[in-house]
Design a protein around this ligand. Structure first.
Ligand SMILES: [Zn+2]
Length: 518
């Protein structure tokens, strides 16, 4: 879509503001017989769709969880015969099970022998992704963002780090999720990415033009990626992100297309990267670098970024750079799903056919299915060299390079590197709610279940400097607790279905839990 068409479609929508807010949720009181109810919950209705229409959350002043096995995020075994005491949003204590009668002023919740774990953390998402292009984005974006947040938290993810999205939308939906008006995780965010002008155009929405007009930016909530043309603009926009509340900064090193015949694409200069890092340092804010190739990994290590996003696919990481990466205390989110999905387009297409409406609004299902079908057709054709040169990302290249992804994860893990978990949900196949797929990919790459679960909880919490608040089940931490049926230390597939979810002491899911009815 050309800039002009896009702007015209915005103006059209402005004239008909009704279309901009087509959500429908209302406050509803939930009264429970125990008399311990702390707050009534928002009820949430997804309008105009086939999803489960109702959602509610339940809080109590004091909660006692019992009848569970505990993975606390620290030990490679399940603890038994414990109870957990929760007051408001925090864990007050974990004690050996005794006479429950002494806790009469607590709401006792029987967890049916399930395994409980700390709420999962996804350190790489894009929650404001509309999964759509074109004029429909503006009218339906909010609805899709609500889907994203809901699917994310309902898969057991209670905290996310968003590394690129529309600042206005992030702020708006973050507060709704924090207030439990809608189901959603706690959101840490970099707000807009700071990309190079005419630089990397992957991600979604791919055709969204770069908007510079302040009034239009205000309406759309800001750009997914800011694209400064000069160092001065880059510094200004970095400061602006921080002023607007960015808790991280996100930029990209992506100097060529993902292809057997790579074509150069614009990138920041070293001066630009250094300026972002310096501004971050001045405000005590860390910086993440997208880097899918070895040269980006090396650049990130040399310049001292705090986290690297994705993992090099074009070759194995040279040992001395892996060593430096570890010595500097850097972290990496491999986002295996991004690479693995290229091997799996047929399966994703089937997933969309069977369950698409659970993840996406109808228009988004149509658009995502369409682009995946095109990629599949592309894979089957014999492309000329010239055609291959035109591709931003060649599916066949992803397939051929996948062993490098696995090797690099193994290598870094073997050397004791800090590896976190991120799904990159919000890219066009990165549907929210697929965290379990990422866990499975990590274990398939040879990481033990225990290490994978630690990455998903305590390690991820440390990467975002929230280790004092989340990531383990310990006294004083937020009561972010999920439950699964079975032992995930033995069988990672049990993470496919999360039976109970509590975020900050509020129940948002409790399949069959007596007294919750969620
Ligand atoms: Zn991403």
């Amino acid at each position: 879509m050309k800039d002009l068409d896009y702007i015209e479609s915005i103006l059209e929508l402005l004239e008909n503001k009704l279309q901009l807010s087509r959500r429908d949720f209302s406050k509803a009181s939930v009264l429970l017989s125990s008399g311990l109810l702390l707050s009534s919950a928002g009820s949430f209705a997804l309008s105009g769709c086939d999803r489960k229409p109702e959602w509610k959350s339940i809080s109590f002043l004091k909660i006692l969880l019992h009848n569970f096995q505990l993975f606390d995020g620290l030990q490679n075994r399940l603890l038994k015969d414990r109870i957990i005491l929760i007051e408001e949003d925090k864990i007050q204590g974990i004690e050996r099970k005794g006479d429950l009668d002494q806790y009469r002023d607590y709401k006792a919740v029987d967890l049916k022998g399930w395994t409980i774990l700390p709420g999962l953390i996804d350190n790489h998402v894009h929650i404001t992704c509309p999964f759509m292009n074109g004029g429909d984005v503006l009218s339906k974006m909010d609805q899709q963002i609500e889907y994203n947040l809901r699917n994310c938290v309902m898969s057991g993810v209670t905290t996310v780090r968003d590394v690129g999205g529309s600042p206005g939308k992030i702020s708006k939906f973050r507060s709704k999720a924090d207030n439990n008006e809608i189901p959603g995780p706690r959101v840490i965010s970099s707000l807009s990415m700071i990309a190079a002008r005419k630089g990397e155009q992957l991600g979604w929405p791919v055709f969204m033009p770069y908007i510079r007009n302040p009034q239009i930016k205000e309406i759309i909530g800001g750009n997914f990626a800011e694209r400064p043309a000069t160092i001065r603009e880059l510094k200004e926009i970095t400061e602006e992100m921080i002023r607007m509340g960015a808790q991280w900064l996100k930029t990209l090193h992506h100097d060529h297309t993902i292809s057997f015949y790579p074509r150069r694409i614009p990138n920041h200069t070293d001066e630009g990267y250094k300026a972002i890092l310096e501004i971050g340092k001045k405000h005590d804010i860390k910086c993440a670098l997208h880097a899918m190739f070895v040269n980006g990994f090396e650049k990130g290590v040399e310049l001292g970024f705090h986290s690297l996003e994705h993992i090099p696919m074009d070759d194995v990481i040279p040992e001395r750079y892996a060593e430096k990466f570890i010595a500097k205390g850097m972290a990496i989110m491999p986002t295996m799903m991004v690479y693995h999905d290229f091997l799996n387009h047929q399966i994703i297409l089937e997933l969309l056919e069977d369950h698409g409406k659970e993840y996406l609004i109808p228009e988004a299902v149509k658009q995502v299915s369409n682009i995946i079908s095109k990629l599949l057709a592309l894979e089957k054709r014999n492309l000329s060299e010239e055609e291959q040169r035109k591709l931003l990302a060649d599916p066949r290249y992803f397939k051929e390079m996948f062993p490098n992804v696995v090797e690099n994860i193994k290598r870094l893990n073997g050397m004791g590197a800090k590896i976190g978990i991120g799904t990159d949900s919000g890219t066009f196949r990165g549907l929210f709610g697929r965290y379990n797929d990422e866990l499975r990919h990590m274990t398939s790459a040879g990481i033990s279940n225990f290490d994978t679960l630690r990455m998903a909880t305590v390690v991820n919490a440390g990467i975002i400097d929230m280790q004092e608040k989340i990531g383990t089940i310990e006294k004083g931490k937020y009561a972010d607790i999920i439950a699964v049926e079975g032992n995930p230390l033995k069988n990672i597939e049990v993470m496919d279905s999360v039976a109970m979810i509590m975020k900050g002491g509020t129940f948002i899911k409790g399949k069959g839990v007596h007294g919750l009815n969620l």
